[in-house]
Design a protein around this ligand. Sequence first.
Ligand code: PBG
Length: 329
Amino acid sequence: MGFPVHRPRRLRQSPQLRALVRETRVTPADLVLPLFFNAAIDAPRAISTMPGVFQQPLSAAAQAARDAKKLGLGGVILFGLPKAKDARGQSGLDPDGPVPVAVRAMKDAVPDLVVITDVCVDEYTDHGHCGLLRSRPDGTTEVDNDATLDVLAQMAAVHAHAGADIIAPSDMMDGRVAAIRRALDAGSFEHTPILSYAVKYASAFYGPFREAADCAPKFGDRAGYQMDPGNVREALREIAYDEEEGADMLMVKPALPYLDVVRLVREGSSLPLFAYNVSGEYAMLHAAASAGMIDLDRAVIEVLTSIKRAGADRILTYHAPHAAQLLGA
Ligand code: PBG
């Protein structure tokens, strides 16, 4: 008993009926805005590869918090550009570094804004890797997993102390969730949740971010710690280990080229799930729109809807302010 009894078009005939039966809806509260705070600048600095995105001076933090609140965003996630870098990322542990200072200013200005901090050493190391380096016996260099854990744990504690609501490690070292949990608990931050970038691929789509956060590796690549794009079963192992270590929330990153992974992780875990609509995904839409190839407003909402439809509860996205305006914030 198909056509003419069944006519799916019945439910598509007006905006009201379409709205009534719409399965997935994006709201501003679903969106988390990444922000870059640079300790070495006094005025916003445009990021050439990400139209509309800026590195911000620390003096802009309070206003950024008020803006995010006014748009009704779910929260913000902070990245820092320090004044100085070294091999061990020591400036990342400075309580007066860009992230702790920005967290304090934002929480002072808007106490009920959710402020997440990215924990990773790549923004603070002169070599740009997400971990400390060591030489192998054969003279080549590797990222030293276990030595990095200690720095990550200390950085997490510094961020929590500054007032961060959620700690989000993005380095992909094994064991970092457990190390960070221990350090937070030891510092009486047992109520500070960890949002683990549990499933993070070695992706070409991070290109523009590396200009934004000035963290491109000076040699080699991140394939020795980030996941291989061909793998999906491995995502289930990563989430199982992170759950065991005490992750409170999970992230899949990037989003668009990995929507199948978002769906799989959604079905494989009951933790809240975030997806990161990364810099290259943002740049791609802007490039196509400025070449007259697509309608930016429609594409932004369609992309965000697709990520949520795939199973993400919340989305980290540079489109957040634009999308919130389109959604009538
Ligand atoms: C690492 C980090 C990266 C991103 C977020 N955290 C870059 C990387 O892993 O190379 C990428 C975010 C984006 O591309 O928007 N600290």
